[in-house]
Design a protein around this ligand. Sequence first.
Ligand SMILES: [Cu+2]
Length: 469
Amino acid sequence: MPTRRRFLRTAAITGGAVAASAMGRFALAALPEPVVQTSPATMPPLHPPTGRPYHPVVTLNGWTLPWRMRNGIKEFHLVAEPVVRELAPGMKAHLWGYNGQSPGPTIEVVEGDRVRIFVTNRLPEHTSIHWHGQRLPNGMDGVAGLNQPAIPAGKTYVYEFAARRPGTFMYHPHADEMVQMAMGMMGFWVTHPKGRHPLIDAVDRDFVFLLNAYDIEPGSYTPRIMTMLDFNLWSWNSRIFPGIDPLNVRLHDKVRIRIGNLTMTNHPIHLHGHEFQVTGTDGGPILKSARWPEVTTDIAVGQMRQIEFVAEEEGDWAIHCHKSHHTMNAMGHDLPTLIGVDHSGLAGRITALIPDYMVMGERGMADMTEMEMPLPDNTIPMMTGQGPFGSVAMGGMFSVVKVRRDQRPGDYSDPGWYSHPPGTRAYAHDGASSDPERSTSAGGHLMPRVHQDHPPIELRVRKPGHGGH
Ligand SMILES: [Cu+2]
């Protein structure tokens, strides 16, 4: 993982000057140099070099946008532009984003900060930015046509407001939204509380990521923008497992994870091994008396959920969307259910006609994880990720919370796989297997069957899918 020093140096090299235009009262010299970051690695937290102190967040496979202080105002420069994002090793997508990446960099400020954001549009069409959830003057809300003219291609607009309430917010275009959000334009905004807050606890680790989704045909690079529901890539911060970094924490750390949903469906996010509380929404922190324990929380469209737990159990704990189609990568949706279907003889007959034919899913789909079928360029298997005991058979919205006793405070590096103490891992049974006792009852006796004049009906369930008709 690049060091902060190296990151700044990289930023200084890659951040070129932006052509100034339509700047109104700001001269060219007043425009902060845009900082660009193209690495998909999780960058270390950006400890505030200026302004009031706070405990910074860590953006999963992302970074925080540096700022400059000018006459007491925090100035940021966002550049909306086409980007190339590695979704996972072996697969790149041509997206739109900000400052070199999709999603854009996280913006972190402190409650009460006066903020000025320069937004330069390097897209081929107009855009705008809406600051989702913020209290601000109406003319800064960013709905093109309603609150401001859209930002034309090549122009820069300036947004100014005070960060009035602490919390977790998102930013995204409010101009040609369907296209621009399907192309990856979105980002996170965290306003830290000034001083102690009765409903916002200090934490040791504070992670943020956005749920997003793409429809990219295997072998191609650009998302299909007309898709409403049938996406084939379910991502966190425009990364898909195994491209999503683990969330590495120290045993007994208090951990906060803030998750925003800018897809077009809900995502029940499930954490293994721990209970958590939902401590905040986009609307702010939740009263302590109104919180309750969960191991899964649903995050609806356009919502942010902030969860907190104490990492009390050592190990590698899965965290993932509980919709099983969302933990798969491309090509996962158009196959019929074939479990239990006898293909014997069939493959041979088809192979005579189609030499490369392969029967898929006859014993379930687990075989697919290690399938050596040739894939088109720029795509990765639908379920993969190699764990210490074999394929994890997951894709999409999946990662691991790694809890370690010897992880140093503030160290976010990957500690590797957990080594289970002797006697604490599931093991193979070596003895003889026995046939289970089976019940012979045809059902309860409360309402006995009266008509026995037809043979019992056996149902065979077939999952709906385009290939199944
Ligand atoms: Cu999901």
